[in-house]
Each structure stands twice: as structure tokens, then as C-alpha cells.
Design a protein around this ligand. Structure first.
Ligand SMILES: C[S@@+](CC[C@H](N)C(=O)[O-])C[C@H]1O[C@@H](n2cnc3c(N)ncnc32)[C@H](O)[C@@H]1O
Length: 221
């Protein structure tokens, strides 16, 4: 990965260029996937009906879609399904890959208005998906041990330092080659600490709503 991808240079680098750099592909390929994503975004926005359900923001969803298209993960794991917008993005882009998601899983929303966890996810995409209900502090390690190796991990559950560190360091151990995506990564030092510890760049993909970043492992080799 070239230095430009770290986002620490003085000149602004577009998200498309950063993703292209992670995978060692032409930026036009990333732009194609970002454009392709727009139709799915219309669907997700329609399902969310403008409600504040802490769904991944559209710019983050677009970046995630392009990343999953390029990565083609065989086995992906996410923590934090909520309304299910990130789940929908991953399942739409992953083709024949399989996604395991962990969430408390009862109801989602604020006060009077609650929704079933994952209500955004189209039924047709659920054949490649398993929801594991409970606390990721308890469920993640046994799931990773059962799966052996994973290609992608996405964190969007409890954003406390110890919990983020627990999730991403365990996911990293179960990955030979792949990517970790972290929402709200600016809220704790855990993502930067992992990046420094393993010597793999932290690539900032958004600074909106707590930020969104990637820590790739041996991609573009
Ligand atoms: C912000 S929402 C996820 C939004 C989702 N990624 C999206 O883009 O639509 C966070 C979800 O994480 C779940 N959650 C928080 N901490 C958790 C934990 N420790 N274990 C399992 N689920 C957790 C909550 O129940 C909630 O559904």
C-alpha cells in the first residue's frame, strides 16, 4: 500500500483513491462500485424513512460497498446490526460470501418507537446471513474459533475502548488476509493502537459521525 492511503499526508486524498490504494487497483474500478451503490442507497433510505436509528451514514455505506466488492470475502463477521443498513450493504456486495452478525437482537430504536433488529435487510439476502443474538463480549470469541479464518470484520457495537480492543484484536488473529472496518473509530484509541501494534496502516474513510476507518491486512500484496 502506498503512503497516500494512510490519509496522513498534507494533500487531501479522495476516499476512492484510498480504497484503490488499499487494493492496488485503478481508482476507476472503485468509482464504478461507488456509482453502482447509489441504487441500493435509495432502497436503504426509503426503509429508514428519515428516522435517526444510528445507521451507518451514506458516505460510509458507499465506501463499505466498494470495499466488499473488491475484497469478495468468503466469511465476514459484523457486530452491531441495529436497523441493518451495514448488513444490507455487506450482503448486497458479497456475492456468494457468508456474513455472521452479532447483536443483542431484541428490539431496536428509541423510547416508544422500536423496530425489529435488521428490519432494513431484504429477505432475499438472508440466505447468506446468520444473526447470533447476545453480547459480542461473550459470543465473538467462540464464533471466531468455530469459523477459524475470516476475511472481513466490521465493528459497530459497544464503542468503549476495552470492548473495541477486544473485538478488533481477536478478529485480527483470525485473519490471514482481509480487512477490519470500524465505525466511530475516533471515539477510542483502540483502532490506532491496533494499527501501531500490528504495523498495518489505519486508513480513514470518513470523519463524519465519529469517523469510519479500515485496517487492511496483507491486501494489495
Ligand atoms: C448503531 S447500531 C448498528 C448500526 C448498523 N451497523 C447499521 O449500519 O445499520 C448498534 C447496534 O449494536 C448493538 N450492540 C451494542 N453493543 C453490543 C454488544 N456488546 N453486543 C452485541 N450487540 C451490541 C445494539 O443492540 C445496536 O443494535
Amino acid at each position: 500500500m502506498r503512503q497516500a492511503a494512510s490519509g496522513q499526508g498534507r494533500t487531501a486524498v479522495s476516499v476512492e483513491a484510498k480504497i484503490a490504494d488499499i487494493f492496488g487497483v485503478d481508482r476507476k474500478v472503485v468509482e464504478k462500485y461507488c456509482n453502482e451503490y447509489q441504487g441500493l442507497d435509495v432502497y436503504i433510505e426509503r426503509k429508514l424513512e428519515g428516522k435517526n436509528l444510528l445507521a451507518l451514514t451514506p458516505d460510509k455505506r458507499r465506501a463499505m460497498y466498494a470495499i466488499v466488492k473488491l475484497l469478495k470475502p468468503h466469511t465476514a463477521v459484523e457486530t452491531g446490526v441495529g436497523p441493518g443498513s451495514s448488513t444490507t450493504v455487506i450482503l448486497s456486495a458479497t456475492g456468494s460470501g457468508f456474513l455472521h452478525s452479532i447483536d443483542f437482537g431484541v428490539k431496536y430504536g428509541f423510547e416508544q418507537e422500536t423496530y425489529p433488529v435488521g428490519f432494513v435487510i431484504p429477505v432475499a439476502l438472508k440466505k447468506n446471513w446468520q444473526l447470533h443474538t447476545g453480547d459480542s463480549a461473550k459470543l465473538l470469541k467462540p464464533l471466531l474459533e468455530k469459523l477459524g479464518k475470516i476475511d472481513m470484520f466490521y465493528h459497530d457495537s459497544t464503542h468503549e475502548e476495552k470492548h473495541v480492543e477486544f473485538e478488533i484484536s481477536n478478529a485480527w488473529k483470525h485473519m490471514d488476509r482481509g480487512i477490519i472496518l470500524i465505525d466511530n473509530y475516533l471515539w477510542t484509541p483502540a483502532p490506532r493502537k491496533l494499527s501501531e501494534k500490528v504495523g498495518s496502516a489505519l486508513v480513514e474513510l470518513s470523519r463524519k459521525a465519529g469517523g469510519f476507518c479500515a485496517i487492511p491486512k496483507r491486501l494489495g500484496d
